[in-house]
Ligand binder design. Structure first.
Ligand SMILES: *Cc1c(COP(=O)(O)O)cnc(C)c1O
Length: 310
């Protein structure tokens, strides 16, 4: 399957705004988890694994995409999930529909549940491959080093140079890949990760670790400076999945004006964060690329909750 680049233009914010529509990647409602999953499954299929195990919350886009790619490649799929009460999201419904085995645990016992599950599968004679939550790891990072390269190719074709790139940042793998892509190509863009949950301290630590791992594995001759990593935690509200009126307004405005579906957990939060960042830093007359990282099922979860009350 080819990943293609779909860029939506003319979203106005006193700058030239462009949106990289990763949500339109042609697989299982798209998103950054598709690019990452393609890398993981390319690797898995070269070996004799028969089972894929991963971790994801009920609203996890990663879990949906992994469950789907597992059915496509005829692999068993086990999703470990911290589901305490029985609330369904479109992602969790799809994961179930795709026939993945769900293993529930509390947030405190995630690591041990993962280890026990891997061990149990091995004892049964299965060959499990574990993918970190969110598709974290060098293969996930690589997916966005590649995507960055595609962005540069797009710039050449279209004669546009993006000054800024904004992206929602969770585990930070996507951001790590983009920054490494920038450093490899010496393209000197400002790449800004809007944190959707983590504090600057914790988030930066994990992203620096991701970049170090990738640089070591690939033996790259690049150096990451402090200035290269911009991970802004000013817009996390009260943490993962929480949102405010500003985010709701941005979602409504972008859908009405530009037909751009955003969700409150990831892309809506990041889009709002980007708007605030642009104002705060007085950014004018620049070419700005917002990477829409997907999450279409979360848009519908939100719509289910809010749309009815209109
Ligand atoms: C997972 C996810 C992110 C965050 O990506 P990371 O690589 O974990 O930082 C952003 N947006 C959406 C829609 C996601 O599903």
């Amino acid at each position: 399957m080819d990943e293609n680049l779909i860029i939506q233009k003319n979203i106005e914010l006193n700058n030239n705004m462009y949106v990289l529509r990763e949500d339109l990647l042609p697989y299982s409602f798209g998103g950054n988890k598709v690019r990452k999953a393609i890398k993981f499954f390319d690797f898995i299929r070269k070996s004799s694994y028969d089972t894929v195990i991963t971790y994801g919350s009920p609203s996890s886009n990663h879990a949906r995409v992994i469950a789907n790619m597992a059915t496509m490649h005829d692999l068993r799929c086990i999703i470990i999930t911290p589901k305490s009460n029985d609330f369904d999201t479109f992602n969790s419904v799809l994961v179930t529909y795709l026939g993945a085995t769900m293993i529930y645990c509390s947030l405190q016992t995630v690591r041990e549940t993962i280890e026990q599950t891997i061990e149990f599968e091995k004892q049964k004679g299965k060959k499990p491959y574990f993918i970190e939550g969110g598709g974290h790891g060098n293969l996930g990072t690589e997916a966005y080093v590649d995507a960055f390269q595609q962005i540069l190719d797009y710039e050449k074709e279209s004669n546009i140079v993006f000054d800024y790139i904004f992206v929602a940042s969770g585990t930070g793998t996507t951001l790590a890949g983009l920054i490494i892509g920038d450093l490899i190509n010496n393209s000197m863009k400002k790449i800004i990760g809007i944190s959707i949950a983590r504090t600057k301290e914790r988030g930066s630590e994990v992203i620096n670790e991701s970049m170090k791992d990738y640089i070591n594995e690939k033996n790259l001759n690049i150096k990451v400076l402090d200035d290269n990593l911009i991970f802004d935690d000013s817009y996390i509200v009260d943490g993962y999945g929480t949102y405010n009126k500003n985010i709701e307004d941005v979602i409504e405005e972008q859908f009405n004006k530009n037909g751009l579906p955003l969700d409150p957990t990831y892309t809506g939060k990041a889009f709002w964060g980007m708007e605030e960042y642009i104002i705060k830093n007085k950014i004018r007359n620049k070419n700005i690329l917002f990477i829409h990282t997907g999450g279409t099922p979360l848009f519908f979860d939100y719509f289910n909750e809010k749309g009815k009350s209109k």
